[in-house]
Design a protein around this ligand. Structure first.
Ligand SMILES: Cc1cc2nc3c(=O)[nH]c(=O)nc-3n(C[C@H](O)[C@H](O)[C@H](O)COP(=O)(O)O)c2cc1C
Length: 342
């Protein structure tokens, strides 16, 4: 895969790293829906990259560029080696996970617990930057546990900036490491956008992307008045049709803009292209459901959307003809429009 430079324009809107969701197949779908958004992998631990099945873990499609590889870890030498491997696989940026609160992650000393160790994160950034020529960025929280003042956030960011990091993505809530599940940590601590806005005001040379709770393109535009970029996770995944609005709403690219959510025909083109792609994987023995799970929610809030979802959920586990299955499912959302392709 050739290297692809990420422009600040691409950074205006990003789809978040999400374990078990933002795999290469979802990224393919996301790219069909938005030509310009910045995409992220799921988090991979540095150890997995060093010792695991690289084709399985790092394999990605040229079509999904620009794409950022997210790594979890805290050993600078290991993170540097994993970053170099990531760059050689064609990733356009390497991101360090300083936001994930799960127990497993804490026990390996990475993720959100590193908010308390800015020097460790800074050492990782330095080592990684020496090992790669692509940018190294950090995705963090506002803070952890009781260490949740604005000053603590600024201290963390300044320290990591000191090692040369220019790109920060801030999930605008803190993490409670003790007592909340990862899922609760994405809902219970309140969103505090003003902390992130203030960070940008105080450190205007940094590129700051805000994340957390984005529900609409209006939200995105509001944030963009204060910070450089916006990242969406759950909205982008569970309502993939939302992404269809990105090129028009954020990138002002009307030629490539996909129709907004209510346009059944526009999404039918996306569904058919995705089905062709999925078929190539199913022909190699991958289960259809591993691919079609990402398009189950493509249609929402239009007549037939429920039947579309049911058709795919019920048939994906037994079919090997994804193209036909998707065509049949489209009958539920396109019946009277006569919009079926030849
Ligand atoms: C299922 C799931 C898995 C996630 N995995 C990761 C991950 O691997 N790395 C990471 O930095 N954040 C991860 N997150 C957090 C998201 O990247 C994002 O910060 C969070 O969901 C808040 O954004 P949202 O409100 O737009 O969803 C995950 C979130 C979800 C829902």
């Amino acid at each position: 895969m050739d290297m692809h430079t990420i422009s600040n324009d691409h950074r205006r809107f990003a789809v978040a790293p999400m374990m078990e969701l933002s795999d290469r197949h979802f990224r393919y779908l996301a790219r069909l829906l938005s030509k310009h958004s910045l995409l992220y992998t799921e988090m991979l631990t540095s150890k997995a990259v060093l010792h695991g099945d690289r084709e399985y873990l790092l394999g990605t499609d040229k079509a999904d560029q620009p794409v950022v590889l997210q790594l979890g870890g805290s050993d600078p030498a290991e993170m540097a080696e994993a970053a170099a491997i990531g760059e050689s696989w064609g990733y356009d940026e390497i991101n360090i996970n300083v936001g994930c609160p799960s127990d497993r992650v804490q026990s390996g000393r990475f993720g959100a617990c590193l908010m308390a160790e800015p020097e460790t994160v800074a050492a990782c950034v330095s080592a990684m930057q020496q090992a790669v020529s692509v940018p190294v960025s950090v995705k963090c929280r506002l803070g952890i546990d009781r260490d949740d003042s604005y000053e603590a956030l600024e201290h963390f960011v300044r320290c990591v900036q000191g090692a040369g990091c220019e790109y920060f993505i801030v999930h605008a809530r803190k993490a409670w490491l003790d007592g909340l599940s990862p899922k609760e940590n994405r809902t219970i601590p309140p969103l505090r956008y003003p902390f992130v806005y203030r960070l940008k005001e105080t450190l205007p040379d940094l590129h700051i992307t805000i994340n957390g709770g984005v529900e609409s393109w209006q939200d995105v535009q509001t944030h963009l008045q204060h910070v450089d970029g916006v990242m969406s996770g759950r909205k982008a995944y569970y309502t993939p049709g939302f992404l269809g609005g990105a090129d028009q709403s954020v990138f002002s690219d009307l030629d490539n803009a996909k129709p907004m959510i209510a346009d059944a025909q526009g999404f039918a083109d996306v569904a058919r292209s995705y089905a062709q792609y999925a078929q190539t994987w199913v022909d190699q023995g991958i289960k259809a459901s591993a691919l079609t799970r990402h398009i189950v929610s493509l249609y929402q809030d239009i007549p037939g959307a429920r039947r579309w979802r049911r058709h795919i959920s019920e048939n994906a586990s037994r079919t090997t003809d994804v193209v036909q299955m998707v065509e049949d499912a489209l009958e539920h959302v396109l019946p009277e429009t006569g919009a079926k392709s030849a």
